[in-house]
Design a protein around this ligand. Structure first.
Ligand code: GDP
Length: 481
């Protein structure tokens, strides 16, 4: 096991680990956010190194953020632009405001997407704190908050923003009120999964030229839209430079941005040290069931067994008990971390490995941190636990995830793990095969546009370039590989 006692000491040899290969800036106060510099102690060093270009981009973003962030002169100046419909001269700083919306997994993925968009367009990212963003995440940028000030003038409108809002870009296009000769002071970008063809014009280069001049963008999205940014000429070259290894976008940005607060970090580390740190191998199983009705479901249980057996992630048991009394040494200890809203799946596994010996002689411990029953949006610790569980899953050696779940995407991305995906059951039947290995550790964009901006016709955007493909778990989704 590792020695966690002197985690605050620094020395040069482990600095690169500690700073995640240079991803993290130095100089933060460690005590206010222990996870920032401690997370490297709980994970193997990532085999994926951030590019020097990404590192320099992040450092210059940090400088921009500090210069333009809340309370600065440029920020105050930019705010005054909001009083006008159109602006006459460009200010010093432009902004993109991420509106807190949807489940936690979705929020983490959409926020990473909007941050990448900010990097590509030299905007400052500001985060609507919603109900719990502040309780969940530390500040990621040095010396300047990423939180949108509570007195931001448009804040009271956030909840009501939708496809029909008068400043919604898609709505304006649809109604032919976009005037290319004038620059609007602000625009709302509706990039929620239910968005329409006009909203999707966001992903066209020509529209980016117009949008690019607007000093204030407000974005509501529940999607990981990064794969489609790669299909915009004008962004693709920069993206290639930032991420020469294309499947590492969320891996790096996620580790850069999302540091659990001390309270959530306590949930992570206490659990890890109590149940996972001693094991020779750690297996994560993330069970997310989208069927209606109370689980556990037999078909999901069957699917988990079939997948873990076939992929040799977990050993089979010997049901002829008398045979296996002899002691085999040394005995490997595998810890299985199950996350689910329902306790049934892990209880089932746990009983099986208690009642019968394994054929391999391995010792299997099954652990599930929480069983919240159902998705809750208002309760504070509910999402704290959800975040802690995503983090714990990301610390495992092998990961099994559920199709369609952003919760699983976050875990695999943070961990740098290519998961085995439990394919989505149809008609309450386990699919065959039960699971398959992911092509890459990237999240899937669930609602991509299928439009050729130049030819102005529909097109299969999953077939344009080799590195943007349809997802394993959702045939119409797009992911980077
Ligand atoms: P998705 O719906 O699977 O894409 O993931 P989201 O994170 O966006 O939304 C699901 C929400 O349900 C989470 O934010 C949690 O609040 C809750 N949830 C789902 N699965 C789990 C789980 O395994 N553990 C915990 N603690 N919460 C879960």
């Amino acid at each position: 096991g590792r020695d966690y006692s002197n985690v605050t000491t620094t020395n040069d040899s482990n600095d690169s680990d500690r700073l995640l290969g240079g991803l993290l800036a130095t100089g933060f106060d460690e005590a206010t956010c222990l996870s920032r510099y401690q997370s490297s102690l709980y994970r193997k060093p990532s085999p994926y190194k951030p590019s020097p270009y990404l590192l320099s981009k992040l450092r210059s973003y940090e400088t921009l953020h500090k210069r333009c962030g809340p309370g600065t002169e440029p920020y105050k100046k930019a705010l005054t632009q909001l009083d006008q419909d159109h602006i006459d001269n460009n200010g010093e700083c432009k902004y993109v405001v991420w509106v807190s919306f949807s489940g936690l997994g979705n929020r983490i993925l959409s926020l990473a997407s909007v941050f990448l968009y900010a990097l590509l367009t030299d905007r400052v990212l500001l985060v609507d704190r919603g109900k719990d963003m502040e309780d969940l995440f530390c500040e990621p940028f040095p010396d300047m908050s990423w939180l949108l000030p509570l007195d931001f003038p448009l804040m009271s409108q956030f909840d009501g923003l939708n496809q029909d809002s008068s400043r919604c870009y898609g709505h304006m296009l649809k109604n032919h009120v976009v005037d290319n000769d004038k620059t609007l002071s602000h625009l709302y970008l509706h990039l929620v999964h239910d968005y329409g063809d006009h909203d999707k014009m966001f992903f066209c280069q020509g529209d980016q030229t117009f949008i690019g001049k607007v000093p204030w963008l407000v974005v509501k999205t529940d999607n990981y839209f990064v794969p489609s940014l790669w299909l915009i000429p004008g962004f693709d070259e920069e993206l290639d430079k930032l991420f020469p290894q294309k499947e590492t976008v969320f891996h790096h940005l996620g580790r850069y941005l999302f540091h659990p607060t001390n309270q959530v970090w306590g949930l992570v580390t206490r659990y890890y040290e109590a149940y996972l740190s001693q094991a020779d191998e750690k297996i994560g199983i993330q069970v997310r069931v989208f069927d209606v009705g109370a689980g556990p479901f037999q078909h999901v249980m069957d699917q988990i067994s079939s997948c873990t057996r076939k992929e040799k992630l977990l050993p089979e048991v010997d049901t002829v008990i008398e045979r296996s009394h002899r002691l085999k040494t040394p005995r490997k200890h595998k810890a299985v971390l199950v996350t689910s809203l329902n306790s049934g799946y892990s209880e089932n596994l746990k009983s099986m490995y208690w009642e019968y010996p394994t054929l391999t002689g391995e010792i299997i411990g099954v652990h599930q941190p929480s069983q919240e029953g159902y998705q809750q949006t208002e309760k504070k610790m509910h999402n704290g636990k959800a975040l802690a569980e995503m983090y714990l899953l990301s610390m495992t050696d092998s990961l099994v995830t559920s199709a369609w779940s952003t919760f699983g995407y976050v875990a695999q991305g943070l961990g740098g793990l290519k998961p085995w995906i439990l394919y989505k059951p149809e008609n309450r039947t386990a699919p065959d095969p039960a699971c398959g290995r992911a092509m890459s550790m990237e999240p899937c964009f669930h609602a991509p546009p299928f439009y050729d901006c130049k030819a102005r016709t529909g097109i299969d955007t999953g077939k344009l370039v080799p590195h943007v493909r349809h997802c394993e778990d959702m045939s119409w989704g797009l992911k980077l590989v």
